[in-house]
Ligand binder design. Structure first.
Ligand code: FAD
Length: 473
């Protein structure tokens, strides 16, 4: 092994996902000398095997599905086909464009990129092990751990059978499976369910909890399950997978729902039951960084238990989303460079890009009740929205949770076509502690889907325009 000269930095970051690379850019903007260490491709899970490739596949799937539905609008495409290797090539092209964009950003922000696996030698020094066996050492006044997460593997008998996929493999299928069992009805599971079902696979979606997308309002989870079943998927909630066995060229998946059991056979099995923080091999025990099981413990300034070491993104406990990782990255380096900022998790938007899609921010009805608020609820169905009807996507609704005393909007949840594009307004509304009255006094363009958000807010006050409500006394 050879070692080259050490670099000296203000900030060194381990991991170049949306947490790490955004932290690097922000630190550079603040005038710091910055290094980033990455053992894989720049962009991390999000750009390479997460958000971006899944959305490329979802867009291709949506195009395919909409061509099938176009007949009801009087448009016909003849025979429409999907060439799966070409769909994959499109996805790979999108990923390349995004990751090379990050490379350019690192260059233009003068961030030194070290290729290799980083680990702590001391709290101020990290070793970068390169693929060829050589290593380099970097010293920095402050360090940020942004090593992300890996797929969780629950202890289901047979889960290690050859060919059982995680999201990583599912993004690289070169052939459309004729049938697939998806274990886990969280956001990753339902997005893959939409991809495969739209292209024509027979999908069985299995979720242990009573509703799919269990982190969302149960009304949303139930509406999604109904929509999925209408699309031809089998949705099995309150159901455990007890065994996965190879059978012929596919698999036999044993399921238990209460006292009854069944076996579903499918060509492929995808396990999407969540992700766990990844901190292996960093040497955190050596330098005394406190952990909460597999996650790194941090405070609201993203400080770990060791002064000068920060941790962000999926490697800490809490919300595992790209935009949260990025925000935490900015907070970490701002604090490291002498500012005083805290993370605010009060208005974190959550989007699920299945069809119909889901978007939510702030408190659900249950959370607001638990927090002791006296609340009122407003709802507006997309079937009463001119834009939704004209675009042939009438499914879904917007739900607004407001508290009664000041009329403040506490949470907004939506399900419907392209509702992920409506979350910006909703997030700003929660962040700025907007009231129902603010929504009422804000003119929304017609015909747009955003009108539905205003109408749902008005409904919380018993005064929607485009649906009839008996006057509240
Ligand atoms: P990561 O993106 O995981 O990056 C960590 C990086 O650290 C990796 O590149 C890794 O190679 C590197 N690394 C690890 N250890 C070391 C080491 N010792 N030395 C050097 N490098 C190291 N989130 C959303 O907000 N929206 C979505 O639509 C969305 N879709 C998703 C779809 C899928 C299929 C998956 C799997 C995830 C999705 N996510 C989505 C989640 C999102 O990808 C993560 O929350 C996000 O990537 C976390 O960012 P991060 O920077 O913390 O970690």
């Amino acid at each position: 092994m050879t070692m080259s000269a050490a670099g000296e930095y203000d900030i060194a970051i381990i991991g170049a996902g949306p947490g790490g690379y955004v932290a690097a850019i922000r630190a550079s903007q603040l005038g710091a000398r910055v290094a980033i260490v990455e053992r894989g491709a720049l962009g991390g899970t999000c750009l390479n095997i997460g958000c971006i490739p899944s959305k490329a596949l979802l867009e291709a799937a949506a195009l395919f599905a909409s061509s099938r539905d176009a007949g009801s609008m009087g448009v016909s495409f003849g025979t429409v086909s999907a060439d799966f290797p070409k769909v994959n090539a499109y996805k790979d092209k999108v990923v390349r464009q995004m990751t090379s964009g990050v490379e350019s950003l690192m260059k233009s922000n003068r961030v030194d990129v070290y290729r290799g696996t980083g680990s702590f030698v001391t709290p101020r020094r990290i070793r970068v092990q390169k693929a060829d066996g050589t290593f380099q050492e970097i010293s920095a006044k402050n360090l940020v751990i942004a090593t992300g997460s890996v797929e969780a593997r629950p202890p289901i008998p047979g889960i290690e059978s050859p060919g059982v996929m995680t999201s990583k493999e599912a993004l690289n299928l070169t052939e459309l499976p004729e049938s697939i069992v998806i274990v886990g009805g969280g956001y990753i599971g339902v997005e893959f369910a939409t991809i495969y079902s739209s292209f024509g696979s027979k999908v069985t979606l299995v979720e242990m909890l009573p509703t799919i997308v269990p982190l969302e309002d149960p009304e949303i989870g139930k509406a999604l399950a109904t929509a999925f079943m209408k699309q031809g998927m089998a949705v099995k909630t309150g159901t455990r997978v007890t065994k996965i066995e190879p059978k012929g060229t596919g698999y036999a998946v044993s399921l238990a729902t209460g006292d009854s059991s069944e076996v579903v056979e499918a060509a492929k099995v995808l396990v999407a039951v969540g992700r766990v923080p990844y901190t292996e091999g960093l040497g955190l025990d050596r330098i005394g960084v406190a952990m909460d099981r597999r996650a790194i413990k941090v405070d609201k300034r993203m400080r770990t238990s060791v002064p000068g070491i920060y941790a962000i993104g999926d490697s800490i406990a809490g919300i595992m989303l790209a935009h949260v990782a990025s925000s935490e990255g900015e907070v970490a380096v701002e604090n490291a460079l002498g500012h005083d900022v805290e993370m605010d998790y009060g208005a974190v938007p959550n989007c699920v890009f299945c069809e119909p899609s889901i978007a939510s921010v702030g408190m659900t009805e249950d959370a607001a009740k638990k927090a002791g608020y006296d609340i009122k609820i407003g709802r507006f169905p997309f079937m009463a929205s001119g834009k939704a009807v004209a675009s042939n996507h009438q499914e879904g609704f917007v739900k607004v949770v407001a508290e009664s005393k000041y009329n403040q909007v506490l949470g907004i949840q939506m399900i419907g076509h392209h509702v992920t594009d409506l979350i910006g307004e909703a997030t700003l509304a929660i962040k700025l502690e907007t009231t129902v009255e603010d929504f009422a006094q804000t003119i929304h363009a017609h015909p747009t889907l955003t009108e539905a958000v205003r109408e749902a807010a008005l409904d919380a006050d018993g005064r929607p325009i485009h649906i009839w409500r008996r006057k509240r006394l």
